[in-house]
Design a protein around this ligand. Structure first.
Ligand code: NAD
Length: 341
């Protein structure tokens, strides 16, 4: 992959590894990197990833897939490593919390070791969850967070915090070129329908004509970033000069309450089902909003896709998925196309 300012930008595109490449964000990133001229190796243990997300790349000459669990060492040469492997939805990361922790911590240690071995830049997909239940709004990178070390979300939140620590320690000890992105809620086509994330859940319920479920009174807010914007931010961060390490917030600062979100989705889908409220999950933050001043300054980046447009694209994708057309369009099945390490 081409690199930061100056000399590196002029180098021909190199080889990038994307861990978690069969997941929601990872698969979008793989397509973007291949389109940019990179050779891409996606690594995934398929715990929540779906090989159909990568179907359009499986026969591409500059794309390869390796089924591998990043808690085990990796030995592949690369110029850049994007570490996205980790189940991101609470129902999945809480299903096996010890595996989640190991993926965050052992996985980060393994990609850092690999980066050191091959002199690669390495980007960590961290998360707004490192801020926990924030006491300041919006959250800037200097805010240290209010995270429960013992709650049901801690396997993810504390795992991601520890991964950041590992990244910065390797940077200080070995000069590893690191980039840490703190990703806020991101949505778009290829989200899993069954992972309990609010956008996909509401869209699937609306399209099925079921009542839309909203946690608590629904006045808690989130900010949603469309996936293309997020991928653009990751690519720009990876291209920054070596002295730029982050952490850098990537997300859309536009806040919306869960009730407003449900209403917008109801309008887009023409759904007739009502809204039902259910109890707030433990440790669910009441407000989340990124301060993206740093990303604007360092990356000249800000989200471009308005919420209504991104939701419309996402609804359209779920509609086609429901109609079964997505499966016919991708053609190749995973079992036919995969490479197994
Ligand atoms: P996802 O669950 O769709 O993708 C994660 C991928 O990692 C899956 O394909 C899964 O199979 C794979 N994986 C999990 N454990 C693994 C392991 N041990 N070895 C190899 N592969 C493994 O989630 P996503 O939304 O695409 O998130 C990608 C990354 O971005 C995650 O690290 C997540 O923490 C981070 N992130 C995402 C969001 C968001 O809103 N989507 C927000 C903050 C942070």
């Amino acid at each position: 992959m081409d690199g930061a300012n100056g000399e590196r930008r002029t180098r021909p595109a190199g080889r990038a590894i994307v861990t978690g490449g069969a997941g929601f964000l990872g698969s979008h990133l793989c397509r973007r990197l291949v389109a940019d001229g990179c050779s891409v190796v996606a690594i995934d243990d398929l715990s929540t990833g779906d090989p159909r997300n990568l179907a359009s790349l499986m026969t591409h000459e500059r794309f390869d897939f390796i089924e591998h669990d990043i808690t085990q060492p990796l030995h592949i040469r690369a110029d850049a490593i994007f570490n996205l492997a980790c189940c991101a939805s609470p129902i999945h990361y809480q299903a096996d919390p010890l595996k989640t922790l190991r993926t965050c911590v052992d996985g980060a240690a393994n990609v850092l070791r690999l980066a050191r071995e091959c002199g690669a830049r390495v980007l960590q997909a961290s998360t707004s969850e490192v801020y926990g239940e924030p006491e300041v709004h919006p959250q800037s990178e200097s805010y240290r967070g209010a995270v429960s070390a013992t709650g049901p979300r801690a396997c993810y939140d504390e795992g991601k915090r520890c991964a950041e620590t590992l990244f910065f320690d390797c940077h200080r000890l070995y000069g590893t070129e690191i980039k840490v992105a703190r990703i806020f809620n991101t949505y778009g086509p290829q989200m899993r329908a069954d992972d309990g994330r609010v956008v996909s859940t509401l869209i699937v319920q609306a399209l099925a004509g079921e009542p839309m479920t909203v946690n608590g009174d629904g006045i808690q807010t989130r900010s949603f970033c469309y996936v293309d914007d997020l991928v653009e931010g990751l690519v720009r961060l990876m291209r920054t000069p070596p002295e730029v390490t982050g952490p850098v917030n990537l997300g859309n600062p536009g806040e919306v309450t869960m009730l407003e979100l449900a209403e917008r989705i109801r309008e887009l889908t023409g759904a007739r089902g009502g809204i039902v409220h259910r109890p707030m999950p433990e440790d669910d933050p009441t407000r989340r909003c990124p301060d993206i001043t740093l990303a604007k300054r360092l990356l000249a980046w800000s989200p471009q896709v308005p919420l209504d447009e991104g939701l419309a694209r996402t609804v359209d994708w779920f509609r086609r998925l429901h109609a079964g057309r997505a499966a016919r369009r991708t053609g190749t099945t995973w079992r036919e196309a995969r490479h197994v390490a």
